[in-house]
Write a protein that binds this ligand. Structure first.
Ligand SMILES: Cc1cc2nc3c(=O)[nH]c(=O)nc-3n(C[C@H](O)[C@H](O)[C@H](O)COP(=O)(O)OP(=O)(O)OC[C@H]3O[C@@H](n4cnc5c(N)ncnc54)[C@H](O)[C@@H]3O)c2cc1C
Length: 356
């Protein structure tokens, strides 16, 4: 039975970053993922916003945490950050949970840059009460993947893809795992620590190890990709409520388009419904495009490049204030069990000092 210091379950950005950190510290690591190819879930299918805090006027804690890590994140990944566009935050005239005055107070409190600008074409005054030009960028998820997989492949970290945990048993200071791969081979491994970084499957793995479920909501999420002449070098995020956001998706040449109402499809209490959900869900692209057009004067000339779907998982409690904390816990000491549940990409730094 091969023995490891750490087995990391989930090879998205968080699992890979944790594996690299552990490898740097001299630990023997095995990284497993149920998919044939790593890094194809939430770490790719997301809005690619490098959060600075503007987006969370209802959760000052999340806003402050976003701002804590954004500078370092941008510096460490400067080749994959697109800052060559003007990002506007607009305040909707109707039904918004914030207003221009509150947004200014909030940004001032956080020390965030903004410049209130006149609402001129292509933006529409009919729906926008105010427009603020802010400093918020996007990252390129595909370049991130290439970068991190390259580093990963140069290390001694062992990797097993298309691999699940079939069962886990507590030994003396170790976990004894039975893994099963795509060819139905059973593999027996042992580790002194296990990291659950499976995001949308966080509870599935916790349950295998008999730890408590965390209270989350999992929703199938759709991101639409578009091109639009009027939006070249521009991004618009409308606050704060059931609105839209469109911004460059890294350097892809496409804009992502999301809508608080239409991006999220059904709620799933259990992730095993994944395949069924993907098969039966109809795209909301037309609804999203219609909603986007509300904020512009002319009929935008939009080329639709299709959607990507993935599961978004957030803490149940966040429906109150839209908070996105990264939830990092050591649930057991010996053998060790760590739960890394990520709220935002830039929070990769939060767990660095968890293991020495
Ligand atoms: C629609 C959407 C929009 C978002 N927008 C932003 C944004 O603009 N900015 C931002 O900072 N954050 C955003 N986020 C959040 C961010 O994408 C996530 O916090 C982050 O990508 C999570 O990374 P991860 O590595 O934990 O998860 P993932 O990238 O999902 O990786 C989890 C891995 O675990 C694997 N796995 C799952 N189950 C098992 C199992 N049973 N056994 C083995 N492996 C398993 C999966 O195959 C996957 O590879 C968004 C998320 C979504 C879904």
């Amino acid at each position: 039975m091969e023995k490891y210091d750490f087995i990391v379950v989930g090879a998205g950005l968080f699992g890979i970053y944790a594996s690299l950190d552990l490898n740097k510290k001299g630990y023997k690591v095995l990284l497993i993922d149920k998919e044939k190819f790593p890094y194809k879930k939430a770490s790719i299918v997301n809005q690619a916003r490098v959060h600075r805090g503007y987006h969370y006027p209802r959760s000052v804690t999340t806003a402050l945490a976003s701002n804590d890590f954004s500078e370092r994140f941008i510096k460490d990944h400067s080749n994959f950050i697109n800052n060559k566009f003007s990002h506007f935050y607009g305040i909707d005239r109707f039904g918004s949970l914030t207003n221009a005055e509150e947004f200014v107070r909030f940004a001032d409190f956080l020390g965030l840059d903004y410049k209130e600008t006149r609402i001129t074409p292509p933006f529409s005054k009919q729906r926008l009460e105010a427009l603020f030009k802010v400093q918020e960028y996007s990252f390129d998820p595909f370049l991130f993947r290439e970068f991190y997989l390259n580093i990963l492949n140069q290390t001694k970290i062992e990797k097993r893809y298309s691999t699940f945990i079939k069962s886990a048993e507590k030994g003396v200071n170790t976990w004894k795992l039975k893994l099963i791969n795509f060819d139905k081979d059973e593999i027996f491994v042992e580790c002194t620590n296990l990291i659950n970084s499976t995001y949308a499957s966080i509870n599935e793995i916790n349950q295998i190890f008999k730890f408590k479920r965390i209270e989350v909501v999992t929703q199938l999420s759709e991101i639409l990709f578009i091109n639009c002449e009027e939006l070249i070098s521009k991004a618009l995020t409308v606050m704060d409520g059931p609105y839209i956001s469109t911004m460059p998706y890294g350097f892809s040449g496409l804009h992502s388009l999301t809508s608080v109402v239409y991006t999220h499809h059904n709620n799933f209490s259990d992730f095993e419904k994944e395949n069924n959900a993907l098969l039966t869900t109809k795209s909301n692209k037309e609804k999203m495009l219609k909603q986007l057009r509300n904020y512009f004067l002319n009929n935008l000339k939009i080329v639709n490049h299709g959607s990507l779907f993935t599961f978004k998982t957030k803490l149940k409690s966040s429906h109150i204030n839209d908070a996105r904390p990264t939830n990092i816990y050591k649930l057991s000491d010996s053998p060790g069990f760590y739960q890394l549940f990520s709220g935002k990409i830039s929070s990769i730094y939060e767990f660095e000092n968890l293991w020495i």
